[in-house]
Design a protein around this ligand. Sequence first.
Ligand code: ADP
Length: 298
Amino acid sequence: KIAVVGSINLDLVVPVPKHPRPGETVLGGDLAEHPGGKGANQAVAAARMGASVAMLGRVGADDAGARLRRVLDLEGVDTTRVLPVDGLPTGRALIAVDHTTGENSIIVSPGANTALSPEHCASEGALLRDATVTLLQHEVPPETVAAAARLAGGTVLLNPAPARELALDLLHMVDLLVPNRGELASLVGHPLPDLHAVADAARQLRGPAAVVVTLGAEGALLCEDGAVAFVPPHPVAPLDTTAAGDAFCGALASGLVDGRSLHEAVRRANVAAALSTTLAGAQPSLPTREEVARALGE
Ligand code: ADP
């Protein structure tokens, strides 16, 4: 079983010919609304890969919150611990997607996600203790992430996104850290111009037993016990990279719950994430177990 302690957002997506600079206005295409939030996306990604998933999260006591909960229910995610909170709106993400490159830029307004507290985690201690994998991200308060990591009985997988300062003691409670290249650079505090620098940075991180760095179109890098392995990308024509990292983390957690080796779980996560870039939106683009198996020729 996978426990996800994380964010639930409504994504407001606009295609743009180019991203606006400060002070600039660009005319975009038609607005689309999709369920999102890194926590919810990763929960759905893992559920579509066949895992049994329970989510701890907060939404507003509003229409968007009720809708997002229903969507998670329909995906088979256990939402009994997704509670509405009074006085805060459901989290939103404002997403601009460049319609030629597929590259996105995002503003997150966390709203109700800020009310997910350490006490909330403590009251669900049994769930966290019994979970095979606890999946965490940086879209809920840092003290909540730390509380969940402390209470987790199984593998703690932290996707440190979006980048923010990481307390050393939290890093030591993490078993598997899954940053993208930019997040790794911000963790080590210097730029990573090439893959050698990425490998060195992953090796240099103290705390997590293993580090998996997602490298966009270049695939992923796995660093375990000081040994580094590159996992080549699954070739695709990307349309929208929103939630590629979430597809990766959810599939990775699901692979671990299936009892696969870390390397094999990374290989499948790479394929799941690549497939997710070929469709628009966050959750709508997440592939199923069958789609990943087909892409692998199984
Ligand atoms: P994030 O979306 O969090 O910034 P990345 O850009 O590193 O993270 O992408 C996450 C994963 O998605 C990559 O490790 C890779 O598996 C997959 N991916 C992303 N872009 C592509 C691409 N153009 N081709 C193939 N795979 C991709």
